[in-house]
Design a protein around this ligand. Structure first.
Ligand SMILES: Cc1ncc(COP(=O)(O)O)c(C=O)c1O
Length: 148
């Protein structure tokens, strides 16, 4: 950190879109981890942490009258920004007996049909539960079923 502080060219705000080195490093990470190489100039968005990205995701996808499905307990930003966008928040309980995974079958069909976003995060905050690949397969099938 001291070495960086000593470089006058770093005594300024970074560009809003992030430096090209940062965006390229993010693209390289995606390639190593997922075998995908997003275009650093068009497909990598640098934000002030994930909180800002979540807010913008809601602004991009959610319209008044939509439903946003959030885990309960869950990170407050999911529901807060759904409300800012005029959406109805549907809370899906994370219960110990289900390994703190949501019961997708318990979501009413009408809620699922109107949902624009369904938030999950694993390893989960605040339960520390982990999700399996099988869970994500079921979640993807659930989402695809709603959009078909
Ligand atoms: C589940 C979860 N998601 C996102 C965030 C936001 O993290 P940040 O904006 O620092 O990336 C937090 C912060 O506590 C969190 O608990």
């Amino acid at each position: 950190m001291q070495l960086a502080v000593e470089q006058p060219e770093l005594h300024k705000y970074p560009p809003y879109q992030g430096t090209s080195q940062l965006r390229s490093a993010a693209s390289d990470f995606f390639d190593r981890r997922f075998g995908l190489r997003p275009d650093p100039d068009r497909q990598v968005l640098v934000t002030l942490g994930s909180k800002e990205a979540m807010a913008h995701l809601a602004l991009a996808f959610v319209d008044p009258g939509d439903v946003v499905i959030v885990p309960d307990p869950g990170y407050p930003v999911y529901a807060t920004w759904a409300k800012y966008c005029g959406a109805q928040v549907y809370r899906m309980p994370l219960r110990r007996e289900n390994g703190f995974l949501p019961d997708l079958d318990a979501i009413p069909a009408e809620i699922a049909r109107r949902a624009k976003l369904l938030w999950v995060n694993y390893p989960n905050n605040p339960t520390a539960a982990l999700a399996t690949g099988d869970f994500y397969d079921r979640l993807a099938a659930f989402a695809l079923h709603q959009s078909s």
